[in-house]
Design a protein around this ligand. Sequence first.
Ligand code: MG
Length: 438
Amino acid sequence: MAKDGNAALTGRRRFLQSLAGGSAAAVALSQSWTAHAQGRRAAEPDMDAGKTGFKIKRVTASSLFTRGDFDYGGVKKTMGGGGCYVEIETENGTIGTGMTAIVDTNAVAYIINSAAGRALIGMDALRNEEIWNRLYWMLSPRGQTGLAGHVMSSIDIAVWDIKGKALGVPVATLLGGARARVPVYATFGPANFTIDELVAVATAMKAQGIVNLKMVVGNGAIEARHDAAMDTIIEEDIQRVAAVRKAVGDDVNLMVDGNCGFDLPGAERLVRGIMPYRITFFEEPLAQNDVQLMAELRKRTGITLAAGQNDTLAYQYRDMILAEAVDYIQPNVMMAGGYTQVAKIAGMAQAFNIDITNAGAGALQNMHLHAGLQNGGYCEWHLPWMTFDKIIYRNMPEPVDGFLTIPDVPGLGIVPDQDAIREASKPPRRGGGGSGGD
Ligand SMILES: [Mg+2]
């Protein structure tokens, strides 16, 4: 631990010098940090990262895109998938890995490689709160949401992987170890599947013991809200939900996901059409996750709502809960600030007796959250996303009888395939918004 302010100034000078040699973006961020450092934190001593041996020496990010084989229930398709993969290496050789998605991953990788990662060199990887705080004030000093959340999330996941490896326990145990396994739901129905394909895949999932299923609704509805196509989309969605319910029977929980694709009148019409088919929850029905409109939809129809997979800051979940807009919140560690912040969001929800559920994919990262915390819930086994994970990682756990068991190994318990990562990071690649989970 530094003894006086001179050591603190030296540490910040090293940090600023590391930034100043980089790109214009890095310089701008360094100026932002300088202004902050000269203000509120000027007298704060730096931590001594050398004591633990987990001083950060490398942070690298890669924007990945893969094409994988989807093959369930006789339905065979090629699926694209993408994410930003992060590695953090410490001086003692420990490597942690992180991931984020559903964003322009090329932009996220650029921010990490040009500025955010360099700001962490020399910090203690075991001090996740200090790392999170530095990134927050560097990337989002006025509380903006957006890319900063993805950068912070992917780095924070890697930091917790290192913490688990340092202490010899799974991340789920570090978070509290509430349970050894988590129930999964399978997201099986992208909008481009025909009704016959939906039925075939849902039936195959049930045969594997997965009795919680989620399908997409509202394909392009928000763009069609001012013309007759809206009614066509809603009517087709009702038929798709009805066909799946008929095929899987009553002993399956069925969820739908609107991907923020409806206005309030359209969402209400759809809800009234699908209510007879016992919908466990309707995820993100409305554009922008509008809190007031979600509360209104819930009040008008009585439908169970869930939302928040791409939200970034804790106040967004607070507002959903206080407005009684949702029954479940869905903070995803890949987007909402990693374990460091999502554990706090989950604690806030617990004070209202509200559970969290996983949405937005990332089962391998989010299963630790839901196993670790008392009010953890379903983990999403997103079939198209898993075609990506199965290319990028080795020795993946698979659901058995509808549950994912946390691997009894330190950290995240997943092994990146470096050859596959190199191949997936080759240009040309798609890094644009929307790649990833539902
Ligand atoms: Mg979703």
